[in-house]
Design a protein around this ligand. Structure first.
Ligand SMILES: [Zn+2]
Length: 238
């Protein structure tokens, strides 16, 4: 069974958290521009070498996920395999992006919340480590870094009306949920691959992440939104 991997907060590295805050800033920019709020930063040797966020609406291109846009900027200057590079992304990469990351030989992926509908790093398919793929080496993919903030960004997006949808639905009666159940159990430790005895968490414990996951798969016609407030700790990375 495929499962997303969550690192307990007490085991999360400050450097990783710092870069994830930068990814969250990109996700907020996406939200401000009525895009599904997913942001990412690629880091090599302590320096950000690419930042991106979803632009599926802007270009009317459902494949313009944050990760793929950043990869487009990376490849002219970095030759795969990119084993020295870590991706920080607010939501577990989808199957498409997880495959692209495998093909460029990414070294490591750190994400915020899982992607129960489309996740390619364990939630739906295990593209990140599957031995069936005859491409670059498997990469570690671990989540839980500012998970709540990532989920709340998606919820805010979900709360709004989809002005770009063919038949926008009225969602005025919806109430923004702020409670986020913790992962049922811890995932694994940073740097390791799949957990062996723990029960990783899937994003199906309440409706909002799943609803967000639906949106993540419909990035060609997302719903507009305004940013109501700022998640905690959105400060510059080290
Ligand atoms: Zn993707």
């Amino acid at each position: 069974m495929n499962k997303a991997v969550y690192v307990p907060p007490e085991d999360q590295d400050e450097v990783d958290l710092g870069w994830m805050r930068e990814a969250l800033v990109m996700a907020e920019e996406a939200l401000d521009n009525d895009e599904v709020p997913v942001g990412c930063v690629f880091v090599k040797e302590g320096r950000a070498i690419a930042r991106a966020r979803n632009r599926t609406n802007e270009w009317r291109n459902a494949t313009l996920h944050a990760e793929l846009e950043a990869i487009d900027h990376l490849l002219p200057f970095h030759t795969p395999p990119l084993s020295q590079i870590t991706l920080y992304v607010t939501v577990e990469p989808c199957v498409m992006c997880a495959s692209a990351l495998r093909q460029i030989g990414i070294g490591r992926v750190v994400y915020g919340c899982g992607n129960d509908r489309f996740g390619g790093c364990g939630s739906v398919l295990d593209v990140s480590t599957s031995p069936l793929l005859d491409t670059h080496a498997a990469y570690d993919a671990v989540g839980g870094y500012y998970r709540e903030e990532a989920i709340m960004l998606l919820r805010r997006f979900y709360m709004s009306e989809n002005q770009n949808a063919p038949n926008p639905k009225k969602k005025a009666t919806r109430v923004l949920k702020t409670d986020i159940p913790p992962p049922p159990s811890a995932g694994t430790t940073p740097g390791s691959s799949r957990p062996s005895s723990t029960a990783p968490v899937r994003e199906d414990e309440d409706e909002a992440p799943s609803a967000a996951a639906q949106l993540l798969g419909r990035q060609g016609m997302p719903i507009g939104s305004t940013l109501a407030s700022t998640p905690r700790g959105l400060t510059p990375a080290p």
